[in-house]
Structures are given as C-alpha cells and as structure tokens.
Ligand binder design. Structure first.
Ligand code: CU
Length: 631
C-alpha cells in the first residue's frame, strides 16, 4: 500500500530496476562475448542493484565496439568488478531468498542474519563460484569447490559485513514494514543492502584477482565456442580439456596458467591476514546493530509496525511496546468521515421488554478534526467520540459491544456501581473481546450525573485513538438547582499526527500530541453555543483524555461547580471558579451564566493545547470553543 513518500520512490526505483535488468539481459545475451555464468551474474546483480548495476555493466563490461571486449576489460579495476559480480550474484541470491523465508517463518532477526550468511555462502560457493570456476577451468566440481572456498569465504565475509548492518538497522528501524517480504520496503532494503555489500566486497575482490585467487571478467567468442564444440566432438575427454583450456588462455591473454591451477604467488601469511580481517569485518557487521536495535524480534512480532518519530527504541524495547505506540495502519480504515459527521450523537436505545438495549461497534475510521486535517481513529459506531448513551436512574440496560478492530478490546463503564463481571477490565473481570466477537454488558443504573465509557484493553493505545463516549444519566426526580437553559458536554482528547500517520498520543518520548479536540473537533471547527444575556449553560467536562490534564477556563465571569465525578455537590459544597483542572477520568458539571454579550471562550489554559500542530488559526486552536452571547 502506498502510504509514505518512500513507497512512491520505491515504485519508481523498481521500474528502473526492471528496465535496467531488461537492458543488461538483452545486451549480454545478444552482444556480449563472455561466458554464460558471467552474463547471468550481471543480470542478477542488476536485478538487485538496478541503475547502479547497469552503470557498472556499461562502464566495465559492455563491449564498446565489436572486437574490443578483450582489451576493454583488461584493467584491474574492471577485473575486480567481474570478480565481485559473480560473488554478489551468488551470495546475494542466497541471502535474499533466506531473508524472505526466515521472515515468513517468523524467526528472530539475529537468527535471520546467521541463516542468511550460511545460505549466501552456500549458494555462492556451491552454485555460482564452483560452477563458474568449473566452466572456466575444467576439473571436477568438488575440486573447484575446494579451490574456491577461501576466496569465496573472504569475499562473502566482506559483502555480509556491509549488508548485515543495512538490514539490521533499516528492518528494525522506524518503519518495520521493512521486515515484511509482502511490502515493497523489504525489497528496497534488500536492494540497498546488496549495493552496500557490493561496495564493501569490491576492494577484497580486486586483491583476490590481482593475486590470481579469483577470476575477473573474460571474453569467450562465439567462433571459439563453435571451434571448441568441434574439438569436443573429435577429441577424447582428456585432450578436450587441455584444448579448451588452451583456448581459454588465449582468450584471457593469460600466460601463467598451468593445468587447472591459477598460478598465484600469494603467501600463507598474506592470505591468513586478509581472511582474518574479513572475519573481523563480518563479526562487526553482524553484531554491531545489536547494540542499538532489538535483534531478538521477528517480522511476526512487530507486524510491520510504523513508529512515531522520536520514540526511544533500543535493544531492549519489547515488540509489545512498539505495537502499542505504532501508527494506525491506513489499510485498516473502513470508513472516511468529513466535517459533516458528528461525534457524541445520542444513541437511541432499542426497547426489549423492560430493558434499554444499546448496540456499540468498534472499527477503524478516518475522522476529520479540521478542514483538510484527518486522523486515523478507533471509533464506536463510526463516531469520535462514541455516541452518547442517555439513561435515567433506575434503567435496566443491555449494551452489546461488537469488536471490528484488528485487536481485542473491552469497555469499562467509568464510575458506575455494577456487577464486577460487567465492569470491563480485560483479563481481570472478563476475557478481552476478540476481533469479530460481541460481549453483552447488562446492569441496572443506580446513579445519576456525568459518566463515560471507554476501552479497558490496551487503554493507552485505544482510548488515545478515540475509544470513549459520554454516559449521561438523568435523575428520576430532577433537581432544579442542577438545571440550566442549555447543556453542553465537553470531551477532551489529544492526538499525534505526523507524516500522514496517526499515533496514540502519550506522555512519553515520541508520543507527545500535536492536535487537541473537543468532541472530535479542533477549534475553529469546534461547536459554538448560542445564548442570550441572563441565560445559563451547564457544561459537563469529561476527562476522556488519556494522559494529560487540562485546566479548563471560561471567560466572561465565574461558573459554579455543581457536581464532581457524577456526584452532585451539596449546596454548601458548591463553589465558584473560572478554571478547573480536568484530569484523566474526572468529570465536572459547571453552570455558567452569561453576564455580558459577546464571544466568550471556553479553553484549556495550557497554551500548547490551544494550537493546531503549534499553529494558531482564527485566534487559537485545539481545546477552544465559543459561547456566543447576544443581548
Ligand atoms: Cu490542556
């Protein structure tokens, strides 16, 4: 799914990869006079490195004009390229296949890296290197395996020394879609890994070619092949090898070859030193990432999670912590709502005998908080906040909660006195409601006042993504001292939206919010309450926010606090104030009287909470709304 700029870049990249590979394959098999194994080597490497493979091919191997291949490929740097190509073609193929398989099997990253090394080495040695050597040098397959073991070992070590850290850091980085072979990003990381691996293996390959421990580029003319074919038909097997080899010598313009051996004057200490350094480089490349990223996790553990910028993720961050803070994946969105949709709409109950029945359903939606600004949210009945449940003291109620989220959930009826098994905490009083399941909550309402309901499973994630709603319970005998001309419920929430993705806001590194909503809207898209001088409004503040306290302030004169946490304050306990701290879970009912005409604000008194992504629009943002009083 194309959800980030990198995804579009990767589409372009892989189109270029396809075009580059097609060109190299066409030119190799049509125009290039070189051995078939080398042709395949270039095709595979271009498949992994795209335009860079094409560049290397054109600069080092593509015959510039007919008959010039022999002279063109002679410089040592080009011979080094040839040697690196057949190392990388084999090793990278083994590594990439192993990486895809281990990811799909759900093995931890550190095992992935070891399996990839073994697979890359085996594929390089047994398939590419030994076969390549055999076709060039003759001899039995196993003689060639033995001969190519050390050069292949050195080259593979240096390649993996470059490729392993690229895979370790990027796959376990902020965008862990890179762990999933079904995502384009996985293949992008593989491409980059091969490019870096090529670069780190190249110097060693120059040395190996120079020491005649590995072959570089070669020329094999068609006429020669035809001649060889004729000779093969005529000659006995033993003679045929010698003749073929003699022709090979001529083609490569190498005079020092003797029998099946390449004459190398490399010394034991030289070879041991280079092999030793290659082992050191390999160990560093494989182990170093484990200092910073958690290589004990598998692709299955992190499930392609995308993490917020600034989250501290280190070698001991558990997968559950990552999933908890990860973005809502846009592919999970089932509905898209504009500014015409409203949260906190009253849900009319169905009547079943003496019971009021409310049906709630959770799902992932895209919700508009400001013109042009959306968040990806968890919603009850497609609303943020969820629908308002209006009840009366003494009601028997049944609430069916159906879970259409990608994860389990449960619902807690905050502040209500009810049977323990109806209280909602997942794993404590009930089994979590798994995706697709429905749980039936049933109780009789014994209280009255302002309450709310919210998720009680992975609360820090789910409530911070919008899973809450108001529960307003009327008294069976209304108390006139609690009534006002108007009523308005205010539910507070913080959001973290960055680079097109929504993360649950939390008071921790990487989790700090940059948008704030009253009833699912940021100012200036919040409601305005219209009233006249002398009229009163009862504001029910609900601390539906998850980790942030909001000192809520009303301009234009004090309000009277008449209830706290659903409980009516006795007349002697009521008090006047103009700011009240609404902490998570708290509710305050306040009655404000319009004394003078004008636009009077209700807003949070933390300045940052009245901005939208740190920007003020029309005098503010976020947790701000207007009481518009006319005379
Ligand atoms: Cu605030």
């Amino acid at each position: 799914m194309l959800i980030q700029p990198i995804d579009y870049f990767l589409v372009v990249w892989f189109v270029l990869v396809a075009a580059s590979t097609a060109y190299v394959a066409y030119d190799q098999f049509r125009n290039n006079p070189e051995p078939a194994v080398m042709k395949w080597g270039f095709v595979l490497v271009t498949l992994y490195t795209g335009p860079l493979g094409l560049l290397v091919y054109v600069l080092a191997d593509k015959e510039p004009r007919p008959g010039e291949h022999e002279a063109f490929i002679k410089p040592l740097w080009k011979q080094g390229i040839g040697s690196t190509i057949h190392c990388v073609a084999g090793d990278a193929t083994g590594i990439i296949v192993a990486a895809a398989v281990t990811a799909l099997l759900g093995l931890p990253m550190w095992i992935d890296l070891i399996v990839e090394y073994i697979a890359g080495f085996a594929f390089g040695l047994f398939i590419f290197q030994a076969l390549f050597m055999k076709s060039m040098m003759g001899g039995t397959y196993w003689q060639n395996v033995r001969k190519s073991f050390l050069p292949e070992f050195i080259s593979m070590n240096f390649m993996m020394a470059g490729m392993a850290p690229v895979m370790g850091f990027l796959m376990m980085g902020r965008d862990m879609r890179a762990m999933d072979p079904l995502e384009l990003l996985f293949w992008g990381v593989m491409s980059l890994g091969v490019i870096v691996g090529f670069a780190t293996a190249y110097p060693a390959n120059i040395w190996l070619v120079q020491q005649r421990l590995k072959h570089g580029l070669m020329t094999e003319r068609k006429e020669e092949s035809a001649a060889r074919e004729n000779v093969r038909k005529a000659a006995k097997p033993h003679e045929q090898k010698r003749t073929t080899h003699a022709r090979h010598q001529a083609a490569a313009k190498e005079n020092e070859h003797k029998g099946h051996m390449m004459a190398s004057d490399v010394t034991g200490p030289q070879l041991a030193a280079v092999a030793g350094i290659s082992v050191l480089a390999l160990a560093l490349g494989m182990a170093a990432p484990a200092n910073w990223v958690n290589l004990t996790l598998s692709a299955r553990d992190v499930a392609g999670a995308m993490m917020p910028p600034g989250m501290i993720m280190d070698r001991d961050t558990p997968a559950a912590a990552m999933l908890d803070m990860s973005a809502v994946h846009p592919r999970l969105i089932t509905a898209d709502y504009g500014l015409d949709a409203r949260g906190d709409s009253e849900l009319k109950p169905l009547i079943d005998g003496d019971t009021k029945v409310f049906n709630l359903e959770t799902s992932v939606v895209r919700w508009t908080i400001l013109p042009g600004v959306t968040v990806d949210a968890y919603a009850f009945n497609g609303q943020v906040p969820g629908p308002r449940l209006q009840m009366t003291e003494g009601d028997k109620v049944r609430i069916n909660v159906t879970n259409k989220l990608p994860e389990s959930t449960s619902v807690h009826w905050h502040g209500l006195i009810l049977p323990n098994e109806m209280d909602g905490p997942a794993e404590i009083t009930q089994k979590p409601i798994e995706p697709g399941e429905t749980y039936r909550y049933e109780f009789t309402v014994r209280q009255s006042g302002t309450y709310f309901y919210h998720s009680h499973d992975h609360v820090d994630r789910q409530q911070a993504l919008g899973l809450y709603g108001a529960l307003v319970i009327d008294q069976d005998k209304p108390d006139v001292s609690l009534t006002a001309d108007y009523e308005y419920v205010i539910m507070l929430q913080e959001w973290l939206k960055r680079e097109g993705l929504t993360y649950p806001a939390m008071p921790m590194d990487g989790g700090q919010p940059n948008y704030f909503t009253i009833n699912g809207r940021s100012y200036p898209s919040t409601d305005t309450v219209q009233m006249r001088v002398g009229e009163t409004v009862k504001v029910r503040f609900i601390g539906s926010s998850n980790g942030f306290i909001h000192p809520m302030h009303i301009h234009g004169g004090p309000f009277v606090v008449v209830a706290r946490d659903g409980m009516t304050l006795p007349l002697s306990g009521r008090f006047e104030a103009d700011t009240i701290n609404v902490g998570p879970g708290q509710r305050y009912d306040v009655i404000w009287k319009a004394l003078k005409p004008g636009k009077w604000l209700i807003h949070c008194h933390i300045g940052h909470h009245t901005t939208n992504n740190n920007v003020e629009t029309e005098g503010g943002g976020g947790l701000m709304m207007i009481l518009n009083v006319t005379s």
